[in-house]
Design a protein. Structure first.
Length: 200
């Protein structure tokens, strides 16, 4: 699969032109800087530990080491900005269920609630479907209302496993998402991007 051909030029719902594409090895400094710019709260919610301002080399290696069948990371860039990195999302396969991958997402604090997480979820959905996956699963700490509400509003079926909130999406339900606005946004991104990401 040619990942560089996946470069998408899109507009956010407020009209901002953005580029959405797979993370490349040369993006390493971009990821380091985006992570440094995150608030400690968002960093904690994404990585579930107080890691300080620097992302460890092992985590960086894991993110950058792309394998379209096992793991992908995509980034959203605003090319008009001095620092273009605004958000990113990944999925990883490797749990006990080989038909399922775990997603994670991160959007810079000042850019949250602009629809970026939902757009990245649509990209994760379609790249996972393209890799033959059947489900995505997202985890949220119990106190991370923002992520939990977002996953729920995007149509994730949620439950509490005694330690964390677990949300699942069945990927073949492309056109069967519930009512909330985020799910409507997700459904419209899926419709726009499916012909560009999925094989004909
Ligand atoms: C979780 C996260 C990725 C969501 O990204 P985002 O770009 O803010 O999400 P969107 O703007 O696409 O969607 C937000 C939607 O979720 C829903 N939502 C409900 N309550 C919400 C809340 N308190 N905050 C944010 N969204 C909320 C709404 O439907 C909202 O859409 P609206 O703003 O149009 O009402 C982002 O907040 C983030 O990076 N958080 C820190 C890291 C993290 O917690 N990652 C998740 C665990 S891996």
């Amino acid at each position: 699969m040619k990942t560089t051909a996946d470069r998408l030029e899109l507009e956010l719902r407020d009209g901002t032109p953005v580029i959405v594409r797979p993370l490349l090895p040369e993006d390493r400094p971009l990821v380091v800087e985006a992570y440094r710019r995150l608030s400690p709260e968002s960093r904690y919610q994404r990585f579930w530990s107080n890691t300080g301002e620097l992302l460890g080399d092992r985590m960086l290696d894991r993110m950058i080491d792309q394998d379209a069948a096992r793991h992908v990371t995509w980034v959203l860039l605003d090319p008009a900005r001095e620092f273009p990195g605004v958000g990113g999302a990944s999925w990883w396969r490797g749990g006990p269920d080989d038909h399922e991958a775990e997603i994670s997402a991160m959007v810079l604090d000042a850019d949250q609630r602009r629809g970026i997480g939902t757009l990245m979820l649509a990209v994760m959905w379609l790249t996972a479907l393209r890799a033959g996956l059947e489900r995505l699963v997202g985890y949220s700490l119990n106190d991370n209302r923002q992520a939990a509400d977002w996953m729920r509003d995007c149509g994730g079926a949620g439950h509490w496993d005694g330690y964390k909130l677990v949300f699942r999406w069945e990927l073949d339900h492309l056109d069967n998402l519930p009512e909330p606005a985020a799910a409507a946004d997700l459904a419209s991104w899926l419709a726009v991007l499916a012909p560009r990401i999925l094989p004909a």
